[in-house]
Ligand binder design. Sequence first.
Ligand SMILES: [Zn+2]
Ligand SMILES: [Zn+2]
Length: 331
Amino acid sequence: MQTTLEPPPPPSGAPPPPAPRGLLAGRIVTGALVVSPLLALGVAVPLLWGHGVHLRDAILAVVLYAVSAVGVTVGYHRMLTHRSFRPNRALKITLAAAGSMALEGGAIGWVAAHRRHHRFSDAPGDPHSPQRYGEGAWSQVRGFGWAHVGWLFSADATSTRKYAPDLLRDRDLVTLDRLFPVVAIASLGIPFGIGWWLSGSWAGAVATLVWAGVLRMALLHHVTWSVNSVCHMFGRRRFDSTDHSTDFAPLALLSLGESWHNFHHAAPSSARHGVLPHQLDLAAELIRVFERWGWATHVRWPDAATIEAARLPAPKASIGKVSPVSSEARG
Ligand SMILES: [Zn+2]
Ligand SMILES: [Zn+2]
């Protein structure tokens, strides 16, 4: 049976709901962030034709990618959305600020939308389910586009009061949310400034901005969006969740372990998403380091019983002889 997740039409004669304030401005900013990498490539290719990528730009791009990806994955997602561990104040602020550098919005709105995703996961109310239009081939194509980027332009804003009241009571996070535009500009301004400083030329500054600013941002955007789209459509289902979430190995490294999305939906508060021995989860390894240093406490490591209880029967899982017991569970 085909299902559709589109909201019901308003009753005939009823006035359309008013557009939220700032919706147009938000769409323009989002559109600029989505399209600007293409423009940046247009600048970068003529600039770099025959020169390759300068080593300083490549190193800075990797460093800033790692910082902002840790901010989103460990900070926004595992720390703030799911309370997978309790950070000290400095770690909380640092991770939330690093997440802001990804230019995926402020922490509180990000958390609210993601908690709503888990609340309704692939059912009506999910802000970015690829199953929104049904099961046919064209419906799935449309659903992919919606889950990947389309939903960002939706007028269906998620209430932070409803989904993130705990974060709204945290003065540090509210202040960081207000400072989001400053952090966002710094996220692009830092590579521009370093490029200018190291190269001593405007062309060098622009090249660093393109590679370590705009294209680094775009890559992480698409990795994050792929967790919403790809990891609810493609890959393997090894765990019993009530949605279409999957494990998608090719994105494990770039997503720092977020693409082990199937177990995450089966046990959302777990600090580790890649619970099988072959599943690389760099975010979990970093949380373990924070725990050892005493910066993170009350870490929710999944135990063997939880992992085993979530496993689908072997014929469906079809992954051969893989022990479900994680290092944490063994230890
Ligand atoms: Zn999901
Ligand atoms: Zn989650």
